[in-house]
Design a protein around this ligand. Structure first.
Ligand code: BGC
Length: 422
């Protein structure tokens, strides 16, 4: 869906008029976020604690729903009614869109004081800035293209680790199926279908193809034979999920791997947050491996961040500054990311206390940055504005949940992207 720019701008104007200034008030932040699963809740509680320990008053506004679709709907209506929350979990190009509306507060004062330019990687800085000014602050770097697997179930079919190619993935899944084990835990929600889809695009097509197809929206790539093969693979994968998959939340799919009900899940490393919150140990109770890479390694990144919306009242403005400053702090970035499953978004935080999956994430990120394999996630709002990614996700989901042919899916993909571009 395309944001209605004029309406949103009107909403922001009303918000700015709304409240009176309080002198020397307690720093206060109403925080809108979608971190409600076990691991997510632990991570956001760490932020709340840090904020409160520094004298802040935290007003929690959680909106349940993986990947934040529901949270973004609430955000739009809050802004439209002139009641923007002060701090909002917001990501990727959506930051630019809201900044364009004039809805976001400028964080340059805090950024200069804390020297953000020196500690935030350039690629991430570009996402956090609008017109050269900081308007958002990053909390983490999640990697999307992971397989989480249950080592006991893999062992039943003689496997010790996750598959390295999609052919191996299919062979392993067939063996699991033959052994009466559900190969893939999946939740049938559009963003989860899209999460699998983008890892297949990356894995089968390679990083360059991913960039062309899902970032540049190059028509030749979108209608290529490679894209048809991607949809073929999606059809094959559809045969590896259990019958109860429609509508299932992602964390319940993670629990299936944890509890031996399914062998693998393709999901970003917020899934690791779930395993850890349940006391599971990486390398022992669960395994992490990058999704299959037939054509060169890649890293699909997804950086959570907070944008501060323009609000009035000294308490709220002080709250925004305090929150922004704490989020970039080394201590917070370590505590939060240990719980969230991600790695820090800033330099200078030691990974010594992090597990092997996080260390692999950091090492792969460094290697893939050198080869062009470090790429923004389409499914998680990092690559494209919402109306464009939405057009792609609709086709992916329609294909996954029907008997649509790969030829038709590719035609629909090209058509949907063209329409959305206009
Ligand atoms: C967010 C994660 C979150 C996940 C599931 C992703 O888009 O970046 O922080 O844990 O969705 O809700």
């Amino acid at each position: 869906m395309k944001l209605s720019k004029s309406i949103l701008a009107a909403g922001v104007g009303i918000a700015a008029l709304a409240s009176a200034t309080l002198a020397h008030a307690q720093p206060t932040a109403e925080v809108l976020h979608w971190w409600t699963s076990g691991g997510e809740a632990k991570a956001v509680a760490a932020l709340k604690k840090d904020f409160e320990e520094h004298g802040g008053k935290w007003e929690d506004s959680p909106v349940a729903g993986g990947a934040g679709d529901a949270a973004m709907t609430v955000l739009r209506s809050r802004v439209l009614s002139g009641d923007a929350p002060s701090a909002v979990q917001l990501k990727g190009p959506a930051i630019q869109e809201w900044a364009e509306q004039g809805a976001l507060a400028n964080l340059d004062d805090v950024a200069k004081k804390e020297d953000w330019d020196a500690v935030i990687p350039k690629r991430i800085q570009d996402i956090m800035k609008y017109d050269g000014d900081y308007v958002a602050v990053p909390v983490n770097i999640h990697r999307v293209n992971w397989i989480w697997s249950n080592p006991e179930l893999l062992a039943k079919v003689g496997a010790k680790e996750g598959p390295k190619t999609w052919k191996e993935f299919n062979e392993l899944a067939e063996k699991l199926k033959a052994a009466g084990i559900t190969p893939l835990a999946h939740g049938g929600q559009p963003w989860q279908d899209a999460t699998i889809f983008e890892t297949v695009v990356l894995g089968m097509g390679g990083p360059e193809f991913y960039q062309k197809a899902l970032v540049d929206l190059d028509e030749d790539a979108l209608k290529s034979d490679t894209m048809k093969k991607v949809f073929d693979e999606m059809r094959t994968i559809r045969g590896y999920v259990d019958p109860d998959f429609p509508g299932r939340d992602w964390n319940l799919a993670t629990a299936m791997v944890m509890n031996g009900k399914a062998a693998m899940q393709i999901m970003g490393d917020w899934a690791k947050g779930e395993f850890l919150a349940a006391g599971k140990v990486p390398g022992k109770d669960f395994l992490c491996s990058a999704t299959p890479a037939d054509n060169g390694n890649g890293f699909l990144f997804n950086t959570d961040s907070f944008a501060m919306f323009k609000v009035s009242g000294e308490d709220k403005i002080e709250g925004q500054k305090l929150l922004a400053e704490l989020i970039m702090g080394k201590k917070f970035q370590k505590t939060f990311n240990l719980l969230k499953g991600s790695i820090p978004a800033r330099t200078g935080v030691s990974l010594d206390d992090f597990d092997e999956c996080a260390k692999k994430s950091a090492a792969d990120m460094e290697a893939d940055q050198k080869t062009g394999g470090f790429l923004p996630s389409m499914a998680h709002g990092m690559a494209l504005p919402g109306h464009l990614s939405g057009a792609i996700v609709d086709v992916v989901t329609a294909h996954f949940n029907s008997d649509m042919s790969s030829d038709e899916a590719v035609n629909r993909l090209v058509e949907a992207v063209e329409l959305a571009k206009d």
